[in-house]
Structures are given as C-alpha cells and as structure tokens.
Design a protein around this ligand. Structure first.
Ligand SMILES: [Zn+2]
Length: 375
C-alpha cells in the first residue's frame, strides 16, 4: 500500500491522489485551507450573515432554521453560533439510533437547557433498528446504515413539515480526500446523501429480505422528501464549516468550558480522541472496525491525519497511535453481537467477505496487509 508522506492515509483505500512529492490530495487541500487568512474568514463570516438574513427574512415558520444535532461537540458548536452569536431560534432535531453512550445522552438532553431551544428527538422502533443492523451488515458490510440514513433524512422531513427553509449542518467534508475546495461552497445534496452516506441504498431496497422482514411503514423516517416538497419550502442545507474556521480540538474545549459539555470518562479503544462519537458507541466500535476490515485503515488514521494537518502531532507520533489503535477489536463488538443476537462466527464470516483484495492477502488462514510502519 502506498501512503501519503505527510499524513497516514493509504492511497487506494481513501481514494486519494498522491502527487509527485508524495503528498496526498487531502493534505494539499488542508494546506490551502491552513493558509487562509483572517481577512478571508472575516469575508466568509459576512457572507454567512447575508445568507442568514435572507433566509430569516422570507421565513414564515416559527423557527429560523433546523439544526440536526446528535449532542456531540459539533452540534453544540453549530447551535452556539446560531443561538448565542446570532440570537436566532432553531429547531433542534435528533435521530436517535439507540446507540448512545451515557455521556452522549447527557450532552444531547442538556442542549434544551443550555440553548433554551425546542428539540425533537426521533427514534425508530428498536426491533426495526435491530433488523436494519443485521440486514445492512450482511448486505453492505455496514450495520450503521440506519444511522447515516436517519441523520440525513429525518431533519429534512422536519424542515419540509414545519416549513423551515434553512438547515445548518456542521463540518464540510473537504479534508476527507481533498474532494472539495474551500471555494466550492458545498451544500447538502440529495446526491451525496444517496451515493456517499447511504452507499446507494434507499429504504425500498431493504423490503424484500426473507429473514429480516421490514415494511414501508417501518421505514417512513427513511424516506427522502420529494423534489416538489423541498422546492415548495425552499429547503437549503448549509455547512457552517464553510464560513468559520473548523478546529474540532478547539471547539471541544470551548464547548466544555462554556456549556459543560462532557467527554466520556472511559477512553475509546479504537482511537485516542475522546470527544468524537459519544452519540454512537457502535460507530467507533463496529462501523469503524468494518472500515478497517474492508480498507485496512481505521478511525485512528482519520484522527491522526487531521491532527497532523492541524499541527497537533508529528507523523511519527501519529504512526505510533495508528499502530496502537487501528486494528483493535474493541469490547463494543461483544455488546453489538448481544444487541442484535448474532454469533461472533457469523460476524467474521460476513466481515471477511468484504475485505478489499488490493489491501489484504490471506497467508495460511491469516489476513495480512502492508503497514505504514513497514515503509
Ligand atoms: Zn496526506
């Protein structure tokens, strides 16, 4: 496997472009991003204020915008901007996938208090969630499809239903593989929802399974509104990360100090960062383990790559962390297998079938790959 010589991303797995100097497209985009001046961000802020003013002036609903929130540090940051800095009235909307850690529950429910905001928390039936966990794991190697679908569908249904034309999302995805440029002003789109987050599957692709019987009525929350419904309200989804410099380390600290947002007491096993995914223990524990099984890199590689680019650690330090965390099969696996009633044997049989042959080879019954520290 070929790795970027600045961060720890492998070329094939992340779908990067690595240039003649051995630097990946994500690092190049981050470089461009780090050079943006304070004047640039001042201009962006003005642009954001203009968009907000436009959205609010024509809005006849009781809410200025929808903010999809899990209760994580980014949710707090988005809401902090809208409520505390701009004095607007958002409707907070949460998709509850039944995977919260106790600190995540605390942070989510605290939002109503600290931001004085109305909050809709929606959770599908747990039986339906268990079926979706099993079915999507077997079908696409991602047991957490329901969460990605819920997070990117339910808030849009609410925006349409309550006639709210603006949705405020968090971070832009421009540093994941260097796919977008700061000047692209990426907005939420049905296409990236369908192709990226939902892996090309919609609710109706899940109805014909003989083992996991699901009906249309079970999946109402997963239906993306029709074009004409969206156009009638004029729903538009902006990423606040396009307008304000995004620094998760700084945001987490700020939200802890200002709003009493809590980090988990126990560290995660699959990464060193303590402030991500408190809303979903299986996102780190299983979904991300599956990413490692499929593509040979995990969440720790993501966090390390971001922190190297932001100057929080060296590549050498990052590699040591990847060595420690990326491959770990955490205790979350046991919890998840109990939750969905699956044997560990079946888990590995299905998971192994998703291994990318460009990354993994089987040597005497063991799956092996090249590692960054063997370079
Ligand atoms: Zn890189």
């Amino acid at each position: 496997m070929k790795y970027c010589n600045r961060c720890v991303y492998p070329e094939v797995a992340v779908n990067l472009f690595i240039d003649d100097e051995g630097v990946c497209s994500a690092c190049r985009t981050a470089e461009e991003f780090n050079q943006l001046t304070d004047t640039f961000w001042e201009e962006r802020k003005k642009r954001f204020e203009k968009v907000l003013a436009q959205a609010v002036s024509g809005n006849t609903s009781n809410y200025d915008c929808v903010i999809p929130v899990s209760g994580g540090k980014d949710s707090y940051y988005q809401t902090h901007k809208i409520v505390s800095e701009y004095g607007l009235k958002p409707l907070l909307v949460t998709y509850h996938g039944n995977n919260y850690l106790p600190e995540g529950d605390y942070n989510r429910d605290r939002m109503r208090h600290v931001f004085n905001a109305d909050h809709i928390v929606f959770g599908p039936s747990v039986e339906v969630l268990k079926k979706l966990n099993r079915l999507c794991f077997r079908k696409m190697g991602d047991m957490n499809w329901h969460a990605h679908c819920g997070i990117e569908t339910y808030p849009i249904q609410i925006a349409v239903k309550f006639n709210i034309p603006l949705i405020i999302w968090g971070e832009t995805s421009w540093d994941v593989s260097g796919m977008h440029d700061p000047d692209d002003f990426v907005e939420f789109s049905a296409r990236s929802r369908h192709e990226h987050s939902l892996r090309g599957f919609e609710w109706y692709d899940l109805l014909d399974d003989l083992g996991e019987k699901l009906t249309e009525k079970d999946l109402m929350w997963a239906k993306y509104p029709e074009d004409d419904e969206i156009l009638k309200v004029g729903v538009r989804g902006l990423y606040i990360g396009n307008f304000f410099k995004w620094d998760p380390n700084r945001h987490a600290k700020l939200m802890q100090e200002q709003y009493g947002w809590k980090c988990p007491e126990k560290p995660f096993e699959r990464t060193y960062r303590r402030f991500s995914n408190l809303d979903d223990r299986y996102e780190n524990g299983i979904h991300d383990l599956l990413k490692y099984i499929k593509f040979g890199y995990g969440r720790c590689s993501d966090h390390v790559s971001k922190d190297i680019r932001s100057g929080y650690m060296t590549r050498e330090e990052g590699i040591q962390l990847v060595k420690k965390h990326d491959h770990v099969v955490s205790s979350d696996l046991g919890y998840w297998l109990d939750y969905v009633g699956m044997s560990e044997e079946e888990f590995w049989k299905v998971a192994d079938s998703f291994r990318d042959p460009r990354v993994w080879r089987n040597e005497n019954g063991n799956w092996v790959k090249d590692n960054i520290w063997d370079e």
